[in-house]
Design a protein around this ligand. Structure first.
Ligand code: FMN
Length: 383
């Protein structure tokens, strides 16, 4: 028999609201630090297009700032104007034409604003940078606590600031829809603004947006409500969270389950389970990095918040990815660095898992050529 008794779950389509994915593999958001005034360019077309060509079901843009001061660096992505919408429309067209669902991650870096890029250790911009046209700017945060000793003190947000940023998320979601994205993710992880509100390490407010867990969750939930109100009902909404703060932090897994339940009630379809970004001096341990180290978060949230989850973090082995899905520990597998190394990882994973038509993840003309090669036919005969 030449059949395929059971198609691996990793390569079984999945429908979320009105959107159907060709498989369960997701190109995870990856900041590129190559935008021009927030606009994507040829680099993004190539970087994202490569992963769509390689067979991913969903291709996420990097964290895209909802307002200019919500960028870490001058080179970060943004979606606060029409020029950026037009730039992204070109990208969503390409991703869709390659069979992938185009997805955008919306974010705001809060107190981590005004820095150099990762290869300079995210060091703060200085007056020297101002001389070459890149003046530092002040970050905003729930409380005026520096992100690092060399970073300027952020501005504590007023209630007006909170309303402005919430509206900026909603406006960015509307623009994302106009740009042709089919999935929107709110970035609530990795020590950026929303996470800064969630964690007691960074949120010392005494008003309705601080204090107990309910108060610290308010900003995340209001943003989610604002985005869901304008994001079409037919399109899925994801939320990325840090299931635990990080070494010495205070936000923990129980908090995450409580937050996830509230997010689901507000129309979030998938909880994207990452971790880290805020550290302190509590007894919270550092996570040990190993393949699938964050999967236990996706599993618990899926079970206890009764929601779909996305697992991420050192997921490289196709058999491990398939087992995570088959054991009901997560619904989607997100991959970042392995797709930098091998943009066509999904094709190789499909082959490894015994999918007969693995070449059909490629566009038809690629698949046709490669199938002829596999059949031992000359490449010249068909020119
Ligand atoms: C170059 C790079 C940029 C990243 N940028 C983002 C980002 O914009 N938003 C985000 O939520 N995570 C970002 N991440 C984290 C990844 O999405 C992913 O969660 C993490 O790398 C773990 O997955 P991996 O082991 O498959 O790389 C980035 C990771 C890398 C390597």
């Amino acid at each position: 028999m030449n059949g395929e008794p059971t198609r691996p779950l990793l390569f079984t389509p999945l429908s979320l609201r009105g959107v159907t994915l060709r498989n369960r593999i997701v190109a995870s958001p990856m900041c590129q630090y190559r935008s021009n005034d927030g606009c994507p360019n040829e680099w993004h077309l190539m970087h994202l297009g490569r992963m769509a060509l390689g067979g991913a079901g969903i291709v996420f843009t990097e964290e895209t700032a909802v307002e200019p001061r919500g960028r870490k660096t001058y080179d970060c992505a943004g979606i606060w104007n029409q020029q950026q919408v037009d730039g992204y429309a070109r990208i969503t067209d390409l991703l869709r034409s390659l069979g992938a669902v185009p997805a955008i991650q919306l974010g705001h870096c809060g107190r981590r604003a005004g820095t150099h890029g990762p290869m300079q250790g995210f060091s703060a911009l200085t007056s020297e940078d101002a001389k070459r046209g890149q003046a530092p700017w002040a970050g905003i945060a729930p409380s005026a606590l520096r992100a690092a000793p060399d970073m300027p003190e952020p501005i504590e947000m007023t209630l007006d600031d909170i309303a402005t940023v919430t509206q900026a998320f909603a406006d960015a979601a509307k623009r994302s829809d106009a740009a042709g994205f089919d999935i929107c993710e709110v970035h609530g992880a990795h020590g950026y603004l929303i996470h800064q509100f969630l964690s007691p390490v960074t949120n010392r407010r005494t008003d309705a947006y601080g204090g107990d867990r309910e108060g610290r969750m308010r900003f995340a939930l209001e943003i989610t409500e604002a985005v869901r109100r304008v994001w079409p009902d037919t399109k899925p909404l994801f939320f990325r969270l840090s299931a635990v703060d990080g070494k010495g932090g205070l936000w923990n897994e129980d908090d995450t389950v409580a937050l996830s339940r509230e997010l689901v009630q507000r129309g979030v379809d998938v909880i994207d389970c990452s971790s880290g970004g805020i550290t302190g001096d509590s007894a919270m341990p550092r996570l040990e990095y190993a393949p699938g180290y964050q999967v236990p978060f996706a599993e618990r949230i899926r079970r206890e918040a009764n929601t779909s989850t996305m697992a991420v973090g050192l997921l490289i082995d196709p058999n491990q990815c398939e087992a995570i899905l088959a054991q009901g520990r997560a619904d989607l597998i997100a991959i970042a660095r392995e797709l930098m190394l091998r943009g066509d990882w999904p094709v190789h994973a499909a082959k490894a898992l015994g999918v007969n038509d693995y070449l059909d993840l490629f566009p038809a003309d690629y698949a046709w050529r490669l199938k002829r090669r596999e059949a031992g036919l000359s490449f010249t005969a068909s020119y």
